[in-house]
Design a protein around this ligand. Structure first.
Ligand code: 13P
Length: 291
C-alpha cells in the first residue's frame, strides 16, 4: 500500500529501526525491493534520483514505482531522491510521489534554507513529506551519481566544516519545518575505496538537537555494527544503492560466464532480480535487527 514517508519514519523512530530507501533505476530494482520487503513483512521506500535520468526518465518509471507501491502487501513510500529543479518536484508530486528530497546542501546555509522552505511550502500543501540535506556527503570516484565531484575524508582537513553541525541543524529544521534531515558524518555515495570511518556520536548529537528522523546517504557498503549504532543514534532511513546494484551486475556476469553459447535477456533480468532481492532482504534485516 502507498503511504507517506512521514508515517513510515515516525514508526521507525518510535521502534528504533531504519527503513531502506532503495533507488530504482530499473524495473528489476523495483521488483526486487518490493519482493524483499514483502518477504520480511517490512516497510520500504522506493526512490528515484534525478541522476537516474541517464537510464530512464521519471515520467516512465515513476508510474511503475507507484503501481508496485499501491499493490504491495506492505507499506511503501515513493520518494524523489536528490531533487534540484522546481519542475522536477512538481512532476514527482503530480505523479503521486509521497515524498521529495531537496538537494541544496552545496549552497550556503541561507540559500539552502530558502530553497528548502520553497519546496516545503509546495509539498506540505498537498501532504507530501520533505527531506532536506545539511552538510556534505562525500562522493566516491566509483559508482557515485554521474557528474558528482569525487572526494573522500582524507582530502578534507576540517571535517567539522563538512559534517553536519548539530546547532546549525537545529536552526535549519526550525526555519524550514522539514520532516527529516539527511546528514553528513563520513558516509560516501558510491563504492568505499577505504574503510568507512563514521562519526557516530555526532549522529546522536544531531538527533538530540533536531528531534526529527535522520537520514543516512551513501548507505550501502557500511559495516553491520555501524548501521546498528547509527540507527540507535537516530538514523531512521538508509539510502542504499551502489552495492546492491553491483551484486545484480555480478550475478549477471556469473550467469553469462557459465551460461554456455547463448545468453537470453529474460534470464539475465531474472538472475539480477533474484540476486538483488536477496541483497535487499539482508539489508532490511540488518536495519531492523535488535540487539
Ligand atoms: P549508495 O549508492 O552509496 O548506497 O548511496 C545511495 C544514496 O545515498 C542515494 O541517495
Amino acid at each position: 500500500m502507498l503511504v507517506t514517508m512521514q508515517s513510515l519514519l515516525a514508526e521507525a523512530k518510535k521502534g528504533r529501526y531504519a527503513v531502506g530507501g532503495f533507488n530504482c533505476a530499473t524495473l528489476e530494482n523495483i521488483r526486487a525491493a518490493v519482493a524483499a520487503a514483502e518477504a520480511l513483512d517490512a516497510p520500504v521506500i522506493l526512490e528515484y534520483a534525478e541522476a537516474h535520468e541517464q537510464w530512464i526518465p521519471l515520467a516512465e518509471i515513476g508510474p511503475i514505482m507507484l503501481d508496485y507501491a499501491r499493490r504491495a502487501r506492505v507499506p511503501v513510500a515513493v520518494h524523489l531522491d536528490h531533487g534540484t529543479t522546481y519542475a522536477r518536484f512538481v512532476e514527482a508530486i503530480r505523479l503521486g510521489f509521497t515524498s521529495v528530497m531537496v538537494d541544496a546542501s552545496a549552497l550556503p546555509f541561507d540559500e539552502n534554507v530558502a530553497r528548502t522552505q520553497e519546496i516545503v511550502k509546495l509539498a506540505h500543501s498537498v501532504g507530501v513529506t520533505v527531506e532536506a540535506e545539511l552538510g556534505h556527503v562525500f562522493n566516491s570516484s566509483i559508482g557515485a551519481a554521474k557528474g558528482a565531484v569525487a572526494d573522500a575524508e582524507e582530502e578534507h582537513e576540517d571535517l567539522d566544516a563538512i559534517y553536519t553541525d548539530p546547532a546549525l541543524a537545529k536552526a535549519f529544521v526550525e526555519q524550514t519545518q522539514v520532516d527529516c534531515l539527511a546528514i553528513a558524518f563520513g558516509t560516501v555515495h558510491g563504492v568505499y575505496l577505504s574503510e568507512p570511518k563514521l562519526d557516530l556520536p555526532r549522529v546522536a548529537r544531531i538527533r538530540d538537537a533536531v528531534g526529527i528522523p535522520l537520514v543516512m546517504h551513501g548507505g550501502s557498503g557500511v559495516k553491520p555494527e555501524d548501521y546498528r549504532t547509527a540507527i540507535q543514534n537516530g538514523i531512521c532511513k538508509i539510502n542504499y544503492y551502489t552495492y546492491v546494484n553491483q551484486d545484480g551486475g555480478e550475478a549477471v556476469r556469473r550467469h553469462v560466464e557459465n551460461g554456455g553459447d547463448r545468453v537470453f535477456f529474460d534470464a539475465v533480468s531474472a538472475v539480477a532480480t533474484e540476486a538483488m532481492q536477496k541483497h535487499y532482504e539482508e539489508a532490511i534485516a540488518l536495519f531492523r535487527a535488535r540487539d
